[in-house]
Ligand binder design. Sequence first.
Ligand SMILES: [Zn+2]
Length: 529
Amino acid sequence: MFFSRTSPRWRHRVGAVGLCVILMFPSAPLYAQNFGPTRLPNLGDGADIPLGVERRLGESIAREIYRDPDYLDDPVLGDYLQSIWQTLLVSARQRGELTPELEQQFAWEVALIRDRSINAFALPGGYLGVHLGLIAAVSSADELASVLAHELSHVTQRHIARMIAQQGRQGPMVMGALILGMLAASRSVNSSSISAANAVMVGGQAAAMQSQLNFSRDMEREADRVGYGVMTEAGFEAQGFVTMFEKLQQAARLNDNGSFPYLRSHPMTTERIADAQARQQLLPSKAAPATSATHAMMSARALVLTNPGVDALRALAEQASATTFSAAPKARQAGVLYGAAMAEMKLRNFSAARQQLQRLQALGGLEVAAVRVVRLLSAELALAAGEPAYAVALLEPKAKVQANLDRASRMLLGQSRVATHRPEQAKSAASELVLWLNQHPRDASAWLLLASAYEAQGDALRAIRAQAEARAVELDYPAAVDRFKAAQLLAHQMAAEGKLNQAGHVEASIIDARLRTLENLRREQALER
Ligand SMILES: [Zn+2]
């Protein structure tokens, strides 16, 4: 049977958790040895599967995600997501669900996926994913927190470890088919990273396996219970959990849930609904948590970044001149104006974008976080419109007084400096990024930006090394080794021509050491396959 990736029938069979589970079997002997059927852990107790093994499985999936063209590092949305995620982690830590051991061994990284569907997923080893469609659809940070807390709890309760154990019973042939089929299926409809031929080969079989890849009913209930505790103790409105649940329940009642893959991997069972109603009765009756201007703007940003097409962008821009606009609460107005400015920017109507931005700036009375988001948008617009020096002028004052400048401001400032094509700006960008990377060495985008800052100064040796570091962070060790080798070759050439100064010699010895490390990592990675 043929399933094209774009056919709704095929999409119906896709579950994000399926992606999580199937991709984590790089080696049959590994799981046969560790996850034999006699060693099944109990619910919430995945202790039989070593954390390090789960982490490595997670890494093998994360590597694929980083290569996916729909993987998106948007620093502005990323900061927003992190502001929620880090708060949840603190709460889970205080409650004892996030043990020091789990915290240390797992990644606790959340990836953004450019996909319009409403989905979030947990992978082995503490890697999580959030579709832009989810951020665009939720009405408040509280609702987003409830989904993230639920996924976080699947990880801390070791539900994934238990599924690994269950899948260990599958033969390698079936697993192979499953891996290919789910790989094809898991890619979003607007991506073309997996050929349709793979889907033809294995579609039916993979679909048949789907039911076994979902979390059990009991796991879902536990993730609800623990997640609810984590998000409320983190200070989010409990009402957000309830309204999100109602949203999902409503969608579940409709026949076509094509845009809600979250429901296929987290079905609304009668038990879950009863639990949610019991929780709701404990709450004082309140309306849904109010949307903050920050959330409304981030939601609009997520929508624009899904690349919805020219007509949809025009419609977004027109919302700002709708007759209903002035009657909306200020936070919603901020969201509409932000979305309109972003849409005009994407359409390259820069003067129209500036007009919407000015209306947004004139709103006044916005929370501090929202003011920052508006400032970032004005810099982003200046950069997009070919005025990088103006973008620098907008961002630099904050950078000078604020030692712990947020990542989005930092990245945007770096990009703007490089885009000025002025050597002294490129130099500032490089030194600022080096400081940041000392604190955050796992920031692949910052490494790539650093590479372009070095290139702009004509420092090819450091540029190639920074590119290599970016590949290493994204766990693509063969590509990292290639780049380090290229850097080594260049260093030798420069030395032979007498062009390597003292700093260059230091750089060359760092490159030699890093190449050895990465070659070892590459060997280990190859053995796991
Ligand atoms: Zn779940």
